[in-house]
Write a protein that binds this ligand. Structure first.
Ligand SMILES: Cc1cc2nc3c(=O)[nH]c(=O)nc-3n(C[C@H](O)[C@H](O)[C@H](O)COP(=O)(O)O)c2cc1C
Length: 264
């Protein structure tokens, strides 16, 4: 067959396409394990950031296993889930919040007038994290999420033994604008949450993200955090998602049980 024949050109192109697609799919399949491992490590890394447990230069899995105890809870009752079928289906180590919220069996709709976090649906169950060495850091780490300006922001908040003082707060997934709403990732801003009171003495959610700077001479400064400049909508989103998740529709029943010393 002459080199310039149409048939040969098509055959060579086809052979190149097949060879490339085999190469790409082999790479994708063989990298799947590494990808899963990286997702798992990233989850652990974020939990340790919220727990304020530095793990640089250490085996982060060991730090996690020595300090953190994950538990699946039923949000409606605040009780630990012991139904093996639910625990297996939802997989405590790989619990996926959006997947659980979207699942017809494991998620539910939030009525519009109560959806202050703007999330439409939420899981019936959630994986939370108890801290074993609580004298050093906090007591419990709670996943939270809600709408910012452009995106749903996913975070973790750690509370001290009194279940109202923040010991750590981090966002691990969002698509807010870098330099504006994206400053939810700013280490300085995250640091400013430590020691703040998210609930008042009656257990009502009292935290506010103010526009501008907190007036530290005022008694309510303990439950006020500086807003992100030029990002009032994202800041309001953070406040709203905390009011939702720390309130009755979120972790309220769990926090009531923990306050009564029912476990923890
Ligand atoms: C390109 C662009 C990106 C923006 N990104 C954000 C954002 O991520 N979060 C946010 O709250 N506001 C963002 N804003 C600003 C909002 O539109 C709005 O003006 C702002 O939230 C008001 O905050 P301020 O009162 O602190 O200025 C963005 C504006 C522009 C033009």
């Amino acid at each position: 067959m002459p080199d310039e024949s149409m048939k040969k050109t098509i055959m060579v192109a086809l052979a190149v396409c097949i060879a490339c697609s085999v190469l790409v799919s082999t790479a994708a399949v063989s990298l799947q394990g590494i990808q899963k491992e990286n997702i798992a490590l990233d989850r652990i890394r974020n939990i340790l950031i919220a727990a304020d447990l530095p793990a640089e230069g250490k085996d982060i899995r060991k730090v996690y296993e020595n300090n953190i105890e994950p538990r699946m809870i039923d949000l409606t009752t605040g009780r630990v889930v012991d139904d093996k079928k639910i625990i297996e289906r939802l997989d405590i180590e790989r619990f996926n919040i959006p997947a659980a919220a979207g699942d017809p069996d494991f998620g539910r709709n939030i009525p519009g007038d109560r959806d202050i976090a703007g999330i439409k649906r939420m899981p019936r169950y959630m994986v939370i994290y108890f801290m074993r060495n609580k004298e050093k850091s906090g007591k419990v780490i709670l996943p939270v999420y809600g709408k910012g300006l452009w995106s749903t922001m996913y975070g973790l908040i750690a509370l001290a033994d009194d279940l109202k003082t923040v010991t750590g707060f981090t966002f691990y997934a969002h698509a807010e604008t870098p330099g504006l709403g994206g400053e939810v990732d700013n280490p300085k801003w995250k640091e400013s949450w430590k020691g703040k009171q998210v609930l008042d003495s009656e257990g009502n959610v009292s935290i506010r993200v103010v526009k501008g700077r907190v007036d530290n001479s005022r008694p309510e400064a303990m439950s006020r955090v500086d807003g992100l400049s030029g990002a009032t909508i994202t800041s309001r989103g953070v406040e709203n998602l905390l009011h939702f998740w720390l309130g009755e529709q979120g972790y309220g029943p769990l926090l009531n049980r923990l306050r009564e010393g029912l476990y923890g």
